[in-house]
Each structure stands twice: as structure tokens, then as C-alpha cells.
Design a protein around this ligand. Structure first.
Ligand code: HEC
Length: 131
């Protein structure tokens, strides 16, 4: 299980992300930064969104098969202050949300999909790169 409030490195990661977000970056966060912040490989994200069935419910411009309308578009997730309107948008929260949304917010309509931690990190890295 991922700790919500992790070690110093995790907190530093969250602080760095917050700075990037507050800088109002219109451009996606570069790969090296998202890899450091999430411990994930953004290059694996698109394939994993398909494999784990995220595309049934979500739209992502960069993934042609992802045109679902059940949940919000996953474009621009990195620019939103909150995940699901209530969790502070940190890499730790996003990774854990992808693994176990209902463990964080029991009443959410998004199911917990049992995504392995490394896959969740790769997905989070990818999502933080989407404009
Ligand atoms: C059965 C439909 C469904 C599936 C499958 C699904 N989601 Fe969701 N997702 C939702 C819904 C509905 C919400 C809105 C939840 C809320 O606000 O409580 C959501 C919210 C989210 C959010 C937060 C977006 C935001 O801006 O607040 C992220 C990120 C996300 N989903 C990623 C994923 C990923 C990654 C997968 C695949 C591992 C996935 N979802 C699979 C329905 C789904």
C-alpha cells in the first residue's frame, strides 16, 4: 500500500508538482520530471489505459480508443487542483486513486480496478503529461 503522506521524497515530489502547477504551465510536464515525481514511465501509459479498461469510461485525446463518457476527460489532469473534486492533486493521491479509487472515496462512481502499483505509476506519469 502506498502511504498517503510518504517520506520526505514523496512530499518533495508533491511540492515540486504544486510549484509546476502553480506556475500555470500550459505545456505538459516534461517526461523526466513526471518520471521522477511518479516513479513511472509515461511511455507505457496509453497501452495501460487500454489494458485496464479505463478507456470504457474516460476520454483522452492522445489515445484514439479512449472516448468513454462515464467519467471526466483525463486530459489536463495535471492542471486540476483536486482529483475527483476532493483529493489534493499529488502524485501519491493520483497513483493510489488509479489503484483503488473507492479505498479513498467510498461513494465514488469509479470502481477500484486492482491496477498494480507500477502500472498505476506509469499511468499517472502519462496523465501528468497530457495537456
Ligand atoms: C466504470 C467507469 C470507470 C472506469 C472503468 C474508470 N474510471 Fe476513472 N472515473 C470514473 C468516474 C465516474 C470518475 C469521477 C469520480 C468522482 O468524481 O468521484 C472517475 C475519475 C477518475 C479520475 C479523476 C479525474 C479528475 O479530474 O478528477 C482519474 C484520474 C481517473 N478516473 C482515472 C482512471 C483510470 C486511470 C482508469 C483505469 C485504470 C479509470 N479511471 C477507470 C469512472 C471510471
Amino acid at each position: 500500500m502506498l502511504a498517503l503522506r510518504g517520506d520526505g521524497g514523496a512530499l518533495l515530489g508533491a511540492a515540486t508538482l504544486a510549484v509546476l502547477l502553480q506556475a500555470g504551465c500550459a505545456a505538459p510536464v516534461p517526461s523526466r520530471e513526471v518520471a521522477i515525481l511518479t516513479g513511472g514511465d509515461p511511455g507505457r501509459g496509453a497501452g495501460l489505459l487500454v489494458r485496464h479498461g479505463c478507456i470504457a469510461c474516460h476520454t483522452v485525446e492522445a489515445v484514439p480508443q479512449a472516448r468513454g463518457q462515464v467519467g471526466p476527460s483525463l486530459d489536463g489532469v495535471g492542471r486540476r487542483p483536486f482529483i475527483a473534486g476532493r483529493l489534493e492533486n499529488t502524485p501519491e493521491h493520483l497513483i493510489r486513486w488509479v489503484q483503488d479509487a473507492r479505498g479513498l472515496v467510498p461513494e465514488t462512481a469509479m470502481p477500484s480496478l486492482g491496477v498494480p502499483e507500477q502500472d498505476a505509476r506509469d499511468i499517472a506519469a502519462f496523465l501528468y503529461q497530457q495537456p
